[in-house]
Each structure stands twice: as structure tokens, then as C-alpha cells.
Design a protein around this ligand. Structure first.
Ligand code: PMP
Ligand code: GLN
Length: 384
């Protein structure tokens, strides 16, 4: 392993899912649903396969049907106008979109300001690009995590090239408000920064939270790369269909990197996701309502087991504090948890540059059947 990737051996998700498999524990670690997405979307994939659509290399930017559907989705949900031919790129999941964006836009030595705790691929991709990450820590205040805008401002230096934003935020469940996003946009314009914004949980916001795309703020259209994924919104994480939207210049740059990473992404699934994006609002409303119920179910269960729970406004993750349990080290806690009670969670400490910052935090995924969440909560309560 080269020096750039030293320390990025195995992702925590792979490690914890392997532990779940080995011990037969309930896996609330890695974020994937235990129920597949809509039947009609699966049928659409089968039809594409059978009809020979996408069985050979699809076009580099993605099949036109999907690019058109992505542009239509951005217009319908957010009023954002995109040219499907030049401003949309289909990728192998959001993971490739992140990698290709960072590899395309960063020079060695550039600084990237990213919210911490961060999704693990950010740090690895910044490192692969030869750039340096500068974390801005979301800190618990009351029952949720907050961004300190002064800290964000202070993190920007003359070497900063790019802000890497994630809202709704994995793992904390923070949904940045319109005011916070406006401040981020103002900073990007003032300091002439690029912004890569990971919005894969755009359809998972609860309570009074609202997902507002950063690309829609004044001055942002020309400097923002927006990333999303069908894995989250339609519960097909195995399909690896993601996308990037932005100006033709930015999308062309990201595509330059993408074409040498995977060249193109799996064909038949692209046709199916095009149909998924055109599902009526009722699908998206039910998806959100389902997850709000699951969030409440797991949050109540964790609280009654003794955890201190930070209430997520978005995503399908709950971050909880283990200190009421008399425990301090999240990593050790998560390694022991399957033996102790047959549940797997992910230590949030690994998503901080300084693991001390999140030493007592663990993340649970609630994209699981209600009975699975209830059983997991019961096991945790009995082990407490
Ligand atoms: N970004 C975030 C914040 C995520 O949580 C995930 C998936 N867990 C991804 C990107 C990757 O998405 P995909 O599976 O589409 O590659
Ligand atoms: N995004 C998922 C999570 O946060 C997992 C994705 C992965 O395993 N790379 O759990």
C-alpha cells in the first residue's frame, strides 16, 4: 500500500459487516436496507436486461433516459434547470462520484475543508488526490450536532481549493439549514472556492427539516458539483448507480477522471433508475414517513437501553453516546457488542481525524424492518 493510502486499510463498514456475518448478530452497522426497493423498478431492470438495453457499454456520461430523468428530478424537486446532455454524469454510485470529483478538481497540496465526522471515503479520496483535509467538527449541542460557522470560516486558508459538504449528514443526521447553507455559499463565493456537495440522503429528512441543494444559492451554480445516488433513495445499494450534476465545465472535468476509473457504469440498472426517478411523489412521501417511524422506533429503543441519543433530522443513521453505559471507547464497545448482545454498530470515532473527539459515539442504521429494530433494541436493553 502506498504512502497516500497508509492508514486506509479496510473500511469500517467491511470490518463491521464481516463481524456481523461471523457472529450472526443483527447488523445495524453498515448502512444498507434489509428490504429491496420497489418491485416495479426491479421489473424495469429485468426488462432492460431482457430487451438488450445496456448489456454492452452504455454511453460514457450515462444513458440519455437516465440523464433526462435526473435533470427532471432536479427541476421537479428543487426548481434547478440542468441540461441533461452536458450537466449530468452517471457514476458507479456516489462513491465513484466523490472519487472522480476530487481526483479531477484537486491539485496536490490543495486543502479541502470537510465536515467532521466524515464519511470514510472523503478522507481516502482527498489523500489519493494528494491533497490535505482540514476538518471542521460538528459538535453535539443539546440533542443534535451543530456546525459552527466561525470555525468553518477560520478553516479556510489561501491553500483551500474546495469545500466538501454533506447534507443530510452521515453519520450525525444533521441537516444543514437554509441559513447555514447560505453562509457556506457566501463563504465559497467570497473565497472563490469550489464546492462538492454529497446529497445522497436528500429524500431522507424528517420533522421540520428540509433538504435544500447548495447549488441553488446565489453564485453557486458555477462552482458546485452535486452528488446523489439511487442506492439510498430507492434502496438498491448493490446497483451502484449514482450521479453528478453541475456546469458543463465541472461535469466534463469529473467525467475525465471517471472515464479512467470505470469508463462507464452498469447499463441495465441505469434504465431502471430512470423509471424510479419518475415515480410519483407518493413513493418519496412513503419512503420518508417509513424512515421517520423507524427512526423513532430505534431512538426510543436506544434511549430505553441507556444510550444518549442525538436526534437525527435526516439520513438513516442515529449517532448515540455510550458514556451513560459507563463505556468510553466506541471502537472497543462495537467490537465487543456482537458477543455481548448480538448487535453490530459502527464506532463514529473512526470518522474523526482525532478519534478522541468521537470516542464515546456509535452509529446505528435504522434502514431495517421494524421487527429487526425492535429485536435489536431489546437485546441492547437486556445487555445494558
Ligand atoms: N456518501 C455518503 C454520505 C454515504 O453515506 C454513502 C453510502 N453509504 C455514499 C456516499 C456512497 O453511496 P453509493 O453507495 O451510491 O456509492
Ligand atoms: N454508506 C454506507 C454507510 O455509511 C456504507 C457504504 C460502504 O460500505 N462503503 O454505512
Amino acid at each position: 500500500l502506498n504512502r497516500r493510502l497508509a492508514g486506509f486499510g479496510t473500511t469500517i463498514f467491511a470490518e463491521m459487516s464481516a463481524l456481523a456475518l461471523r457472529t450472526g448478530a443483527i447488523n445495524l452497522g453498515q448502512g444498507f436496507p434489509d428490504t429491496d426497493g420497489p418491485e416495479e423498478v426491479r421489473e424495469a431492470a429485468v426488462r432492460a436486461l431482457r430487451d438488450g438495453r445496456g448489456n454492452q457499454y452504455p454511453p460514457g456520461p450515462g444513458v440519455p433516459e437516465l440523464r433526462t430523468a435526473i435533470a427532471a428530478h432536479q427541476r421537479r424537486r428543487y426548481g434547478l434547470a440542468l441540461d441533461p446532455d452536458t450537466e449530468v454524469l452517471v457514476t458507479a454510485g456516489a462513491t465513484e462520484a466523490i472519487a472522480a470529483s476530487l481526483l479531477a478538481l484537486l491539485e496536490p497540496g490543495d486543502e479541502v475543508v470537510a465536515l467532521e465526522p466524515y464519511y470514510d471515503s472523503y478522507a481516502a479520496c482527498v489523500a489519493m488526490a494528494g491533497a490535505t483535509r482540514v476538518p471542521v467538527t460538528l459538535r453535539p449541542r443539546g440533542d443534535r450536532f451543530r456546525l459552527d460557522l466561525d470555525e468553518l470560516r477560520d478553516a479556510v486558508t489561501d491553500r483551500t481549493r474546495l469545500l466538501l459538504i454533506n447534507t443530510p449528514h452521515n453519520p450525525t443526521g444533521t441537516v444543514l439549514t437554509r441559513e447555514e447553507l447560505a453562509a457556506i455559499a457566501g463563504l465559497a463565493v467570497e473565497r472563490d472556492l469550489l464546492v462538492v456537495t454529497d446529497e445522497v440522503y436528500e429524500h431522507l429528512v424528517f420533522d421540520d427539516a428540509e433538504h435544500v441543494p447548495l447549488a441553488g444559492f446565489p453564485g453557486m451554480r458555477d462552482r458546485t458539483v452535486t452528488i446523489s445516488s439511487a442506492g439510498k433513495t430507492f434502496s438498491f445499494t448493490g446497483w451502484k448507480v449514482g450521479w453528478v450534476t453541475g456546469t458543463p465545465e465541472l461535469v466534463t472535468a469529473v467525467r475525465s477522471a471517471k472515464q479512467y476509473l470505470t469508463y462507464v457504469s452498469a447499463g441495465p440498472f441505469q434504465y431502471a433508475v430512470a423509471e424510479a426517478l419518475a415515480l410519483p411523489d407518493a413513493y418519496f412521501d412513503a419512503f420518508r414517513a417509513d424512515h421517520r417511524r423507524k427512526r423513532d422506533l430505534l431512538a426510543d429503543g436506544l434511549r430505553s437501553a441507556g444510550f444518549e441519543v442525538y436526534r437525527p433530522r435526516g439520513t438513516y443513521f442515529i449517532t448515540a453516546d455510550i458514556s451513560p453505559f459507563g463505556e468510553k471507547d466506541a471502537y472497543a464497545f462495537c467490537r465487543a457488542l456482537p458477543e455481548r448482545c448480538g448487535v453490530v454498530a459502527v464506532p463514529v470515532s473512526v470518522f474523526y481525524d482525532d478519534p478522541e473527539a468521537g470516542r464515546g459515539q456509535v452509529r446505528f442504521a435504522f434502514c431495517k424492518k421494524d421487527e429487526v429494530l425492535t429485536e435489536a433494541a431489546g437485546r441492547l436493553r437486556r445487555a445494558a
